[in-house]
Design a protein around this ligand. Structure first.
Ligand SMILES: *[C@@H]1O[C@H](CO)[C@@H](O)[C@H](O)[C@H]1NC(C)=O
Ligand SMILES: *[C@@H]1O[C@H](CO)[C@@H](O)[C@H](O)[C@H]1NC(C)=O
Ligand SMILES: *[C@@H]1O[C@H](CO)[C@@H](O)[C@H](O)[C@H]1NC(C)=O
Ligand SMILES: *[C@@H]1O[C@H](CO)[C@@H](O)[C@H](O)[C@H]1NC(C)=O
Ligand SMILES: *[C@@H]1O[C@H](CO)[C@@H](O)[C@H](O)[C@H]1NC(C)=O
Ligand SMILES: *[C@@H]1O[C@H](CO)[C@@H](O)[C@H](O)[C@H]1NC(C)=O
Ligand SMILES: *[C@@H]1O[C@H](CO)[C@@H](O)[C@H](O)[C@H]1NC(C)=O
Ligand SMILES: *[C@@H]1O[C@H](CO)[C@@H](O)[C@H](O)[C@H]1NC(C)=O
Ligand SMILES: *[C@@H]1O[C@H](CO)[C@@H](O)[C@H](O)[C@H]1NC(C)=O
Ligand SMILES: [Fe+2]
Length: 456
């Protein structure tokens, strides 16, 4: 054999091996592993707005089932102050007004500021609104754009962030997200402030987190999921009610979707039906969450909202050694419903790394038949773990080896993602890693709708 022919033969063998190996990718990108430290309390991002009793920690979320409502929330530090929200379109920014409800809470020897939640209703679709909170020289103005009317071919782009915290890395993630002009609403998959990292869950770190994220959260709705760092129980100081700070500070339109708890609910937005679940509330048969979800699936209409998306903190498919199989009990209970109802995407956090799965299911097992391997399933969702916002616990840089064949892509870096829904059949998904100061695309994929394009 001539030398050239031999090299060609070797090249062909290598090519053959590469094309046969259809397993997932473990990214070779290695981020410098440094300690993740919280930004000090006197950092620029935590600065209080000027003026006596000025509203701070301003944030919004969807306020109804279909996108014509917005909940505006803020905190005043010294006294209740005004409960008024003035809002309107550019032509008359104070055309309408609404009154907020006030709440406060104590946590050990911490007393919260005055927390206001105000529901703006019957807004026009696809409209830029300005809103103002506070009074006189301490008042502050923000704006948001309502989504288009719910419909099957309405393009819309969601951002996705999880496990954000308040470190220097968190600040990079938020900065990159803010510079990504595509995303119009954020799907947040749990673990917000990590205040529970501090002795007795120092709740001042809930306040600093609220001030930190305001530069994004005041302008576009954050659709929140509760994570384990929202549980916040400290029996030593008799704080035994789970989710107390979270539920006081962050409201959700749960009643609009027939839920009895702000920890699980759903919304429709543009062409998506989004279901938010709670990994840390009861979900076995006969529990409120179980019964609510069973009923919620019957309300999903893919002719109206083709895209069915679930947010849940603890991932069901995760090939990282951190938190391995913690989502297993919920998977066993709900996975067959996800397959029957052809859920398109499931976003989770919890594991501080990034991973995307193949479309797989593991629902055949019945105790005796040994069928307990995840198998390719065209009716199953893609599972995305994106707990890589950048919190104080650092990266989860220890994947199981070899990479299981259900895992399509995995990488231990911080970042955020966007889901660009184009129409009822196509959505473009991309994950943007924080590459030491800049953002770059680490992983991307076209997602074909399970109802309208099940063959792809
Ligand atoms: C704005 O709307 C308010 C309330 O309807 C009204 O009193 C006011 O005159 C309007 N201002 C302008 C400039 O149209
Ligand atoms: C609150 O409790 C912590 C821990 O016991 C203590 O260090 C701090 O001084 C207390 N603060 C007040 C205002 O009592
Ligand atoms: C803000 O208004 C208050 C009361 O109206 C006044 O006492 C204060 O001097 C004003 N502050 C500034 C910075 O204008
Ligand atoms: C956080 O990031 C912003 C830019 O997105 C920057 O202006 C600010 O100085 C940063 N703060 C800290 C404490 O790193
Ligand atoms: C589903 O939505 C379509 C389009 O809006 C509507 O025509 C149809 O009646 C709905 N189906 C049900 C069962 O509500
Ligand atoms: C479990 O699956 C096996 C094989 O599919 C079947 O023969 C058996 O009846 C099943 N057991 C139960 C309890 O459904
Ligand atoms: C992974 O490999 C197992 C065993 O070879 C196979 O049964 C299964 O279908 C594969 N799963 C995927 C998602 O390819
Ligand atoms: C990675 O996780 C495995 C399983 O928990 C453990 O045995 C191993 O020591 C870990 N490796 C490192 C470098 O932490
Ligand atoms: C849906 O969007 C995809 C991607 O932009 C495009 O290729 C396709 O033609 C669109 N489908 C329809 C029916 O417009
Ligand atoms: Fe978590």
């Amino acid at each position: 054999m001539g030398k050239v022919t031999m090299m060609l033969a070797i090249a062909l063998v290598i090519l053959h091996l590469v094309s046969r190996c259809r397993g997932g990718v473990t990214s070779s990108y290695r981020r410098k592993l440094e300690a993740s430290v919280d930004m000090p309390l006197n950092s620029d991002v935590f600065r209080r707005p000027p003026g006596y009793n000025a509203p701070e920690q301003v944030h919004i979320t969807q306020g109804d089932y279909v996108g014509r409502g917005v909940i505006v929330s803020w905190v005043t530090p010294v006294e209740p102050g005004s409960d008024l929200v003035l809002y309107g379109p550019a032509s008359n920014k104070s055309k309408y007004q609404a009154h907020a409800r006030l709440t406060t809470y104590k946590f050990g020897n911490y007393t919260s500021g005055y927390i206001h939640h105000c529901k703006l209703k019957n807004l026009d679709y696809n409209t830029l609104y300005y809103y103002r909170v506070g009074i006189g020289n301490s008042s502050r103005e923000f704006s948001f754009t309502t989504p288009p009317e719910v419909g099957p071919d309405v393009p819309y782009t969601f951002g996705i962030i999880g496990d954000l915290g308040q470190t220097f890395d968190s600040n990079q993630t938020l900065g990159h997200y803010a510079s990504n002009e595509l995303a119009k609403a954020l799907l947040f998959v749990g673990d917000l402030s990590y205040a529970d990292h501090y002795p007795l869950h120092d709740n001042r770190r809930w306040d600093s987190w609220g001030r930190f994220v305001e530069r994004v959260a005041a302008y576009q709705p954050w659709i929140l999921t509760a994570g384990n760092h929202e549980i916040d129980t400290v029996p030593e100081i008799h704080e035994t009610t789970p989710f107390k700070p979270y539920i006081h500070r962050y409201h959700a339109p749960f009643k609009a979707s027939g839920s009895t708890s702000p920890l699980w609910y759903s919304i429709k937005r543009a062409s998506a039906h989004i279901i938010v679940l709670s990994s840390y509330s009861a979900y076995a048969k006969y529990t409120p969450q179980y019964e609510w979800l069973q009923n919620e699936f019957t309300k999903v209409n893919r002719s109206e909202t083709p895209w069915l998306i679930v947010l849940v903190h603890s991932p069901w498919y995760n090939s990282n050694n951190y938190h391995y199989m913690e989502g297993e009990t919920m998977r066993v209970i709900f996975e067959s419903w996800f397959v029957q109802n052809k859920v398109d995407l499931v976003f989770s956090g919890h594991v501080h790394a990034y991973e995307r799965s193949e479309r797989i299911s593991n629902i055949a097992y019945n105790i005796t038949n040994k069928e307990c391997t995840p198998i390719p399933d065209p009716s199953a969702p893609v599972y995305i773990t994106i707990g890589d916002g950048g919190n104080i616990e650092g990266l989860a840089n220890n994947f199981t080896e070899p990479q299981p064949n259900y895992s399509a892509y995995r990488e231990a870096s911080f970042g955020h993602a966007t889901l660009e829904i184009k129409n009822r059949t196509h959505a473009y998904y991309s994950w943007h890693r924080n590459s030491d100061g800049i953002k770059e695309v680490g992983d991307s994929a076209w997602i074909y709708n399970r109802y309208w394009r099940p063959d792809e």
